[in-house]
Each structure stands twice: as C-alpha cells, then as structure tokens.
Write a protein that binds this ligand. Structure first.
Ligand code: SF4
Length: 555
C-alpha cells in the first residue's frame, strides 16, 4: 500500500511546478512548511502519536481521533485507515478521504531483514486471529500486514508484539521504513558477505530516532551480500549490495535513488566500496542528505530519486563524503550479474553448514493467522526456530537437517504451501487492492490467486520463469513496471461499453539480469474477466515463437 496518497489527477488541484520558488529543502534554509503534510510533521513528531493512542484514542474510540493523527501521524506506528467496504473503484478519485475511511485499520509489522523466530511468528499468528479477523499478508517488503484492527486493541497488540521483540515503529510514514535484507544471510553457500551486522546497526541507529522521523517522504533501505541480488536493490532509496573488491576483499557497493510508483527510476551506483563496519555510517549519511536536501514542496517529487536525478551520482557522492562522512570512500566494482532468474529462494537448498533451508510459496503472499501458527510449529519441529520472509511474498524455514526435509515439505504441502510451485504461483505478486486500500481502483489479491489457478490448468507445461504483478492503482506497490507482465489496475471499457475493472498492461520489465521497465503497450488494456485469456495468449505466443536463449523479459 502506498503510504502517501497519490490521488488520481482528476482529484488534485492544478498547481504549477514552481521549482524556482524553492523545493522546501531544509539545507537551503526553507523551514516553512509548503504543504499540509509538512505542516502536520512540523506541528508534532509522528512518533508522539503513540502516547495519544495509548492514553486517549484506545479508550475513547475511533471517533475521538484527531484528523491529522488519523490520516497522518498514525502511519509512524504502522497504522492506516482501511477502505470502507462496498465503495467501488470508480469512487476512489471523487470521494473525500474521510468518506473512504473505515473505522478499522491496516497495521504493518516491520520485519527488518525478514528475520523471524518461531516465537515471533506465533505471536503474529495470535494477533492475527484475535485482533485482525485472521488476516496476515506477507508483503513484498518482508513485512506482515494485518487488517480489521481496532484502535482500542492497539495497546495490547503492541504489548504482545514487543514482548517478542517485534515492532510497528515507522513501518509507514515519512521515515526509514523496514530495512530489506537477504533472507538467507549468514547461511547461504554462495554468500559474498553476511550483511546482518550492518542491518542490525542501521536499525539500531535510525528506527524510532527523532533525528530521522521527519523525512521528506518514505525512505527504503536494503542490505544483501547474496549474489542472487535478493533485495530488489535497484528500486530502494539506498541499497548495499555485496561485492568482492579485488584488493580490499568483501564489502558493499552503494546504490541510491531507486523507486517505482508513478515516475519509476532505477537506482544508480555511487561507485564506492564500503566495508561492513562503515555501512551504517554511509546509510546515516544518505538518510541525512535526504532529510536535509530532499524536496519538500510537492509530495509527488519528494522521494530521494528526484534529488539523485537532479544531482547525478558524482555530486551525490561528493556531498556524502564532504558534508556527512568527512572522509572519502574507496572506489569499488559493480556486483556481478546474477546467474539465476528467481531471487526468492523457494525450494530446498543446502546451507553452508550442511543443513538445508526450505522456501515455500503462499499464493500472492496471502496466509492467515492459523497458518502462521502451524508454520511456526513446523519450523520448531524441523529446524532451529528461524523463519524468513522474502521480497517476493514468500517464506523460508532455515536450519533443517537433511533427514527432516521430506517430512517438512510434505507438511507444508498439506498446508497448501508448496516448495515446488508452478512458475505462475512462484512469479505472481499482488498488492493489497480494493479489498482494503483506499487508493485502489480494482481488486488484486483474490484475482491474483484465481489467475494462478487458471494458468496452472491452462498451461501445465509452461516452465519459463515469468513474473506477473498486479496493482490496484498506479502506485506500484507490487512493482508492476519491473514485471514481465505488469498489470496496473484501472477502469476500462468492456465490449458493451460499460466501465469495468481492468488493467493497463506493461510488458517486458525486469530486475536482476537486465533491469529495465516494462513497455506500456499503447491501448493495451484488458478487462478483469479477460485477464486469464489474455495472459494465456501472450504466453502461448511466446512459447511458440521464442528463439534459443531468449527470455520473456527480452520479448
Ligand atoms: Fe498500493 Fe495497491 Fe493500494 Fe495502489 S491499490 S496504493 S498499488 S496497495
């Protein structure tokens, strides 16, 4: 779910870009708020809303919540109002935010590095069952999202989550969000460097730190020492990617300024090599540049990618070194091209200690509280109690002895959590969509799950890796521009002239091997009902016409 509403153009007042009037950069002395969001942040730190929730709102209920807290600061603690049921996608652009608000919330639990113990997973499952009507989605940023949360229950939910070391702090809002990490850090046989200490130090320094709780917009970070490049490093605000320096040894290559949404940009390399002990310093430098130099005038120009695009990587590195690190960084190499297309770690893989990790695939990240409890039981019975989430809406159980693997995979299959998914189950992701998201125009999760089942039946022999990403609106929470088949939810006209749910199709996007954005094929829109037929046609044509060595992304 996009944190900051990018309301459709029709609902936005017309305004001039006005760059000559300044972009509201603090470093240029512009501290006067230039829009409502900046004013809300100046009026009170989003982190302070927790106290009001615990002492006032949880006792007096939804109606007592101040408007700026409800639609602004509660995000600093992972809370968004969810969409009132029954409001069609056609109303999204025309209704006022308060008309879309339900009295229930989405609650996001941050899981830095996707790292969970079974004790934590069990508590997540219990919270889901007791307070969230069983909902629990694994997101494509390694988080868990609950729905149907009441403000009255938040003190108890926080008590339970925090009793096992979990947190919702800055899971949303204009803050340093969850820090993505390789889900197989420290165990993978092919790992270049284990980024875990750096990830932990970054979290210790920035999460909940008032020095970084008023950023221009959200700030996404990633650390991975895996050659699989498993943290979508190309589309974070800052990423640290494991590389082997020919003289200095293993360390990290720094990327900045990536992001999707309505104006996608791939991150750029600074060309700097950073040893693991310096990663948190560099991260703090980059987030500080964003805080100080980031654009605060227009919300849709406030991500770091716009500053990086204007400055270029050379100036960005210079400012980082001269004003924040007060030292120069060594030059370093780019990461090698990954040798495989899938980056989700699904399947059974040997660890470097001789045990195994077992990755499995829920459909479009959708699980439920009861299932999470069962996964925790299985991880305890077969492994050492360590579970991971991935950026592909998948999960992994670590540390399984070889003789335990068959009984674990069998038990997972019984939960419909296969370790040998079809390419369609493996490669399909979906955002929250109209079921709960106030910005959505169309449904996604249920449709994505049904699409998987349809394609498995229609194309049982299709085994080429293919990614199909469904979004409920243009905000790209499910990364449509970098999917082989990206589906951007919108209303389309059907054969009878009716406005119905459908998708604008983007073809040929990719991350990893040859990153690039899919091409929006002019006029290529499909209704939701036509979607399985359309994708079947595309994939059949590709299978019949492809040449040796050709991949779908090159199509
Ligand atoms: Fe994100 Fe989907 Fe909601 Fe749009 S509909 S804001 S892409 S979760």
């Amino acid at each position: 779910m996009a944190d900051t509403p990018q309301r459709p153009a029709a609902a936005r007042p017309r305004r001039k870009a006005g760059r000559h009037r300044g972009e509201g950069q603090w470093a240029a002395g512009h501290f006067t708020p230039l829009n409502g969001n900046e004013q809300t942040k100046k009026d009170d730190d989003g982190l302070h809303v927790r106290r009001r929730i615990e002492t006032i709102y949880a006792h007096r209920g939804f109606e007592s919540i101040d408007g700026a807290d409800l639609r602004g600061r509660m995000r600093w603690w992972g809370l968004y109002t969810q969409r009132k049921p029954g409001i069609s996608g056609g109303k999204t652009a025309v209704l006022a935010p308060e008309e879309l608000d339900d009295e229930y919330f989405m609650l996001r639990v941050r899981i830095d590095g996707g790292r969970l113990t079974t004790a934590q997973l069990r508590v997540v499952g219990e919270v889901s069952q007791e307070f969230a009507r069983g909902t629990a989605d694994i997101t494509d940023r390694q988080n868990v999202q609950f729905h149907w949360i009441r403000v009255e229950d938040m003190p108890e939910i926080w008590r339970r989550l925090e009793s096992v070391g979990l947190s919702t702090t800055e899971a949303c809002g204009d803050t340093p969000r969850v820090i993505l990490g390789s889900p197989v850090a420290g165990i993978a046989k092919d790992e270049i460097i284990d980024g875990t200490p750096a990830l932990e130090e970054i979290a210790r320094r920035v999460v909940g730190n008032p020095a970084y709780s008023n950023l221009p917009r959200k700030f996404k970070s990633a650390v991975s020492g895996s050659p699989v490049l498993d943290v979508v490093h190309e589309i974070n605000d800052v990423s640290f990617v494991g590389v082997e320096h020919p003289e200095l040894g293993p360390g990290f290559d720094v990327w900045v300024g990536g992001g999707l949404s309505t104006n996608p940009k791939l991150g750029v390399r600074l060309g700097a090599w950073v040893p693991i002990e310096d990663v948190a310093d560099v991260h703090e430098g980059v987030v500080s540049i964003f805080r100080d130099y980031g654009y605060r005038r227009l919300r849709n120009r406030a991500r770091l990618k716009y500053l990086v695009a204007d400055w270029g990587p050379e100036k960005f590195r210079q400012v980082l070194e001269d004003e924040y690190l007060l030292r120069t960084m060594a030059d370093g190499p780019a990461p090698a091209q990954p040798v495989q297309r899938w980056r989700d770690h699904v399947g059974v893989h040997e660890q470097r200690d001789g045990r195994y990790y077992v990755g499995f695939a829920p459909r479009v990240g959708r699980v439920d509280g009861a299932t999470l409890g069962k996964i925790a039981d299985l991880a305890e019975a077969h492994g050492s109690g360590r579970v991971r989430t991935t950026v592909e809406q998948k999960m992994i159980i670590l540390d399984v002895e070889q003789e335990q693997v068959p009984s674990l995979t069998e038990a997972l299959e019984a939960l419909d959590l296969t370790t040998t998914p079809s390419v369609f189950r493996r490669g399909t992701m979906a955002c929250t969509g109209i079921e709960f998201c106030k910005l959505a125009i169309v449904e996604t999760k249920g449709r994505g799950a049904r699409l998987i089942d349809e394609l498995e039946q229609r194309l049982p022999d299709f085994d080429e890796p293919v990614t199909i990403n469904l979004n409920g609106c243009p905000n790209s929470c499910a990364r449509i521009q970098v999917a082989d088949i990206g589906l951007k939810g919108q209303l389309v006209t059907d054969a009878d002239g009716n406005q119905v749910e459908g998708y604008q199709v983007h073809l040929g996007g990719s991350l990893g091997l040859e990153p690039g954005f899919g091409r929006k094929v002019r006029g290529l829109k499909v209704t939701a009902d036509e979607l399985p037929d359309y994708i079947e046609r595309v994939l059949r044509a590709y299978a019949e016409q492809r040449e040796d060595g050709e991949r779908f992304a090159q199509w």
